[in-house]
Design a protein around this ligand. Sequence first.
Ligand code: SAM
Length: 321
Amino acid sequence: MGKSSKDKRDIFYRKAKEEGWRARSAYKLLQIDEAFDIFTGVEHAVDLCAAPGSWSQVLSRKLYLPALRAGNPNPPTIVAVDLQPMAPIEGVIQLQGDITSEATAKQVISHFHGQPADLVVCDGAPDVTGLHDLDEYVQAQLLLAAVSIVCAVLRPGGTFVAKIFRGKDVALLYSQLKMLFPEVYVAKPKSSRNSSIEAFVVCRRFDPPPGLAGPGCALQALLAGAAEDYFTAAAEAEAAEAEAAAGGAAGGQLASGGGGGGGAAPLLARAVPFLSCGDLSGGDADRTYDLDPATYVRLDPVQPPTAPNYKTAIALAKGAL
Ligand code: SAM
C-alpha cells in the first residue's frame, strides 16, 4: 500500500502533513477547542502521553508562540510526558516516563515550581490487544493515573481533557470524574473515526474535595467509593430488571428515583452530555477522497518516529539486545 493511498483514505492524515502537524490527532484537540474554548486564559499546561507530539505542537502554537511574539517575559510552561522519546518542540519541556509511576508524576510536578497548571490534556492509549474488556480496563487505568497527576498540578477551576474508550463500564469513569469536576462532557471530534470507540472527556471547573491536593490515598479512596456506588447501583438495576421481567414492581421503583444513597442517584450522576464537534466542511474522517493527479504532491511525514518499534524488533532479531 503506497503512501498516496493513505492520503486518499484519510483526509486528516494528509492535512496534518500539509499543515506541519506530526500526527492527525492535532485536529482532535483543535476541534475540541472549537467547541469548548479550552485555551482561553491558559498559561500553563501539561500534555500526558504526548508522543509523537501533535497535541504538544497545538499547545506550543496556541500558548507558547503567541506569548513569545507578544514579548511576554514569562511565557507559559508546557510539560509533555510519554513513554517514548519525542523530537523537540519549541516551548515544550519533554519528559520520558510512565504516567502511572509516582516518580514521573513527581517529575511533572517539579517543573511547575508551585504555579499550578490551568489545563491538563491526556491522549494516552495502551497498545490495544483486541480483547475489548482488557483494552478498556487498561485505558481506564491510564486515565486514572492521569487524574492522579491532575490532582497534584491542576489549579481549582482548571480544565482536564482526556481520551476515553466508550466501553460498557465507561459510566463509572464519568461518575469518578464528576466527583472532581462539576462539568463533564463527552466530545467526539469529526477527525475521530466513527468506527473508533475513542471519545474525549472535557472536564471543567476542577473542584477537588478538601484534602485531595497532591497524589495519594484520599484520591484512591474517593475513586474506590465511586466504583463501589457504581457497581452497587448496577447490581440493583439488574436485580430490578430481573424482578420486573418476572412481573414484579421493582422496575417502577427504580424509575421513580427511590432507593436512597445507593440506587437511582448514582445512575443519574453518570449521565453526561455528548457533543459531536468539528466543522463538517473540514472533512469526514470516515470518507475516502479522490486525489487530483494533476495537483497531488506526496508529502513525507512531518516527523519520522524517533524510536520506532521496528528498530527494536530488528535489533532483537539480530540478537543485539
Ligand atoms: N497526543 C499524541 C499526539 O498528538 O501526537 C498522540 C498520543 S498516542 C495516541 C498515545 C501515546 O500514549 C503513545 O505515544 C504512548 O507511548 C503513550 N502512552 C501509553 N501508555 C503510557 C504510559 N503509561 N505513560 C506514558 N505514556 C504512555
